[in-house]
Ligand binder design. Structure first.
Ligand SMILES: *Cc1c(COP(=O)(O)O)cnc(C)c1O
Length: 380
């Protein structure tokens, strides 16, 4: 790497470029065969029964919320320390996000608090595996009969919990991934939902394609091969074949990339472990494998020190970032929807100091050393 780098970036090989080029030479550049090939390959890799590809991770979450058949006014529990789409997916289906605080030990949604927060109006949980650490789903088993569990695993492709791979069997009812370039694997823009439920998979596929069905009842004897019906309100959330060609070409390298991310995280930990000015991010407990989409440190001194460090790193070409401004702090949530800023004290305390340090497979050990050096200097 040169001396300037972002917090995350894609890996594109010559073989990736060739795969995309070949796809572009094909007859169908969208709605062609590479989409189901990519879906099958990912489902296979994760051990999921179904994988349905979308045009983005946000579209994938929207589809999951729709497939959960949420009704206007239904309550959806979610943490605020996430990307806006984790909660927006509830708004898209006119449900109401309710923010549950995070657990100070994992920075993921406090699942005990989530179980306590369930009311008769609660229909779903969007559990985010923040930074790539799989959220512990065991507590949520108590409410699975009443509540659809959607895992926002946009950070956690390649991560593992004791029950198995994130997005595979033994996970949430639906698991959403993103293939944005900063994520573990990229298709440019793109997303996926995995599920083991046939009915959910059917709804997800319909939702991606305007709500169309070709096997709905109502087809008459004069309806030919052109026939379809629209049985739900859906969208055009399709991904293209050339994007899936990129995803297929990348997939065999995923495991190695997640390993490299873990090695980078281990190096950060080793180098920063003795620094009392920082809290290091929650590590993977026994039986877990972290995805390390992000390596997030918390500057204990709080907002002023964090701003100083952020500015200093940026001046040195190091793309530190803050993930995330709590969703309830965003103007639309506060001013239009009336959310308060102070409802989640642990989220607020963590947010006040967090800073994401660069982490991506091509980041070399010496780059990590330089980030640590600059970070320590900036903290002085
Ligand atoms: C990236 C991300 C999304 C949205 O994915 P896009 O592909 O950018 O639409 C949703 N949730 C989380 C937690 C993310 O990090």
């Amino acid at each position: 790497m040169n001396n300037s780098f972002p917090y995350g970036r894609q890996e594109i090989s010559a073989a990736d470029i060739e795969a995309v080029t070949n796809a572009l030479r094909g007859e169908l550049i969208t709605q062609g065969p590479l989409i189901s090939r990519f879906e099958d390959a990912l489902a296979d890799h994760l051990g999921a029964r179904h994988a349905v590809a979308f045009s983005s991770g946000t579209a994938a979450l929207h589809a999951a919320a729709a497939a959960a058949q949420l009704e206007p006014g239904d309550e959806v529990l979610t943490p605020a320390l996430s990307f806006a789409a984790s909660a927006n997916c509830a708004l898209y289906v006119r449900a109401r996000p309710r923010f549950v605080d995070i657990d100070a030990a994992t920075w993921n949604i406090d699942t005990e608090a989530a179980v306590r927060a369930v009311t008769p109006g609660t229909r779903a949980v969007v559990a985010v595996s923040y930074s790539g650490l799989p959220v512990d789903l065991t507590q949520l088993d108590e409410i699975r009969d009443r509540v659809v569990v959607i895992e926002d695993a946009c950070h956690a492709l390649g991560a593992v919990r004791p029950r198995g791979k994130v997005g595979g069997r033994g996970g949430a009812d639906m698991t959403a991934f993103s293939f944005h370039p900063v994520k573990a694997l990229t298709t440019g823009e793109g997303g996926m939902v995995t599920t083991n439920d046939d009915e959910l998979a059917l709804r997800l596929r319909r939702f991606r394609m305007h709500g169309f069905s070709t096997d709905a009842p109502g087809r008459s004897s004069t309806d030919g091969g052109w026939w379809y019906d629209m049985v739900d309100l859906g969208f055009n959330y399709r991904i293209t074949d050339f994007q899936c060609a990129l995803g297929l070409s990348q997939l065999p390298r995923l495991e190695g990339w997640v390993e490299r991310r873990n090695a980078i995280a281990a190096r950060y930990r080793e180098l920063l472990d003795d620094d009392d000015r920082l809290e290091l991010p929650p590590d993977a407990p026994p039986g877990y494998r972290h995805g390390y989409h992000l390596f997030v440190v918390r500057v204990r001194a709080g907002v002023d020190a964090r701003l100083r460090v952020y500015d200093a790193l940026r001046r040195r070409g190091i793309g530190a970032q803050v993930h995330y401004i709590p969703i309830y702090r965003l103007a639309y949530y506060r001013q239009v929807l009336g959310y308060r800023q102070d409802e989640c004290p642990v989220t607020e305390r963590v947010y006040a100091g967090i800073l994401s340090l660069p982490i991506f497979p091509a980041l070399a050990d010496r780059d990590v050393d330089r980030v640590v050096h600059e970070l320590r200097t900036a903290l002085e």
